[in-house]
Ligand binder design. Structure first.
Ligand code: TYM
Length: 360
């Protein structure tokens, strides 16, 4: 039976943090793939401003970043007529469900999360696991007055709530979110087991190419918007001259052979970006560049990136001037998301044993 014959569309939910500018990693590992799913799925795209405050955020910047993010979503091809785009803080249910799930989550599971340990390390904390699986934090060497807030620890539970609140079937994400997705699935199973079937167990959908775009300056690290080195990260809104400079200074190696191998992380990363944008396979690219130098690869790559991002950049600059339109996209998205969220939250509250509220 085809979908048009009445089969229910699968529900897709995914989110990104409103950090202002989407990186090429966000684009290739995430947003671009979402736009290919609009036709055949019911799509919810969240802008997770509640997650954003787990690290210090300036209020005016955060507010503006949410609009920048929705403008970039739409510019990247997420048609608001075919999807629901919402700010996480606009929908009641995310924090409520997160609390219920928090009460089903052992602290140790959260302390062992790779991203949590990475974030703690950035604050100068060392973590070590004892033989019985307990995680110890040493403050030695931590920045003066640095502390790890509980939000950072509970971050993955809120993410699980984002997904389960919509009973999503599929969650398209980059490689770095796999561990969080596992926790989400575990929590759904734990809840279902304890209180009877409630949540759909969601599947992560990780793209074949582009799931992990690496830093241009340290290609063993993922490309990230929090990188202090501005040459490390390409942004969707970068102008052609910025793209040229960043690609020109991208780290390669001294071998001058264009091949994708674990020993050549810099070159492999450039080939991955090329492949994700040009559609050619890595094998085809290796063949094409046999005997050529890194200069040729970098020149072509600069052009491909600039050309691919030009329409996104132009559309963004048009949209960002129209705040009323962006607000209407968020309002429509929040209304649809809220409808679905209330249904699931109501079910969860009943199963947990909270009394129904009498209407007055
Ligand atoms: P965030 O905002 O860091 O990233 C948004 C999406 O971009 C992907 N991504 C990458 N893909 C390839 N290469 C990279 N270098 C790269 N960097 C980022 C991420 O995997 C992600 O898919 N915790 C999430 C936000 C979140 C969420 C959710 C995601 C909150 N609730 C519910 C899905 C479902 C995050 O910080 O993504």
């Amino acid at each position: 039976m085809t979908q048009s014959e009445g089969e229910k569309k699968k529900v897709i939910l995914t989110c990104a943090q409103p950090t202002g500018k989407l990186t090429l990693g966000n684009y290739l590992g995430a947003v671009r793939n979402w736009s290919n799913m609009l036709e055949n799925h019911e799509c919810y795209f969240g802008i997770v401003d509640l997650h954003a405050i787990t690290t210090p955020a300036h209020p005016a910047t955060l507010r503006q970043n949410v609009f920048d993010c929705v403008a970039q979503y739409v510019a990247c091809g997420l048609d608001p007529e075919k999807s629901h785009q919402f700010a996480q803080s606009h929908v009641i249910g995310h924090t409520e469900l997160a609390w219920v799930l928090t009460c089903l989550t052992p602290i140790g599971e959260l302390q062992r999360m790779t991203q949590f340990k990475d974030k703690a390390a950035k604050l100068g904390f060392k973590t070590a696991e004892t033989e019985d699986g307990e995680v110890k934090f040493s403050h030695e060497g931590a920045r003066p007055q640095a502390s790890i807030n509980a939000g950072l620890l509970c971050y993955p539970v809120l993410m699980a709530a984002d997904i389960l609140l919509y009973n999503a079937d599929l969650v398209p994400v980059g490689e770095d979110q796999r561990q969080h997705m596992e926790l989400c699935r575990d929590l759904a199973q734990r809840f279902n087991h304890q209180f009877s079937d409630t949540f759909t167990i969601p599947d992560a959908f990780v793209p074949k190419t582009g799931a992990k775009i690496m830093s241009l300056t340290e290609p063993t690290k993922k490309m990230s918007k929090s990188d202090e080195n501005e040459r490390a990260t390409l942004y969707v809104l970068d102008e052609p001259d910025q793209i040229k400079k960043k690609i020109a200074s991208a780290v390669t190696d001294s071998e001058a052979v264009i091949r994708s191998t674990p020993e050549k992380p810099g070159v492999s990363n450039l080939l991955t970006i090329h492949s994700a944008l040009s559609g050619q396979t890595i094998g085809e690219l290796e063949e094409h560049y046999a005997g050529k130098g890194y200069g040729a690869l970098k020149e072509d790559l600069t052009e491909i990136i600039s050309a691919s991002l030009q329409p996104v950049r132009e559309k963004y600059h048009e949209l960002i001037k129209d705040k009323a339109y962006l607000k209407s996209v968020l309002a429509q998205g929040a209304a649809a998301a809220q409808k679905r969220a209330y249904r699931v939250l109501g079910k969860v509250y009943r199963k947990v044993g909270f009394p129904e509220r009498e209407r007055t």
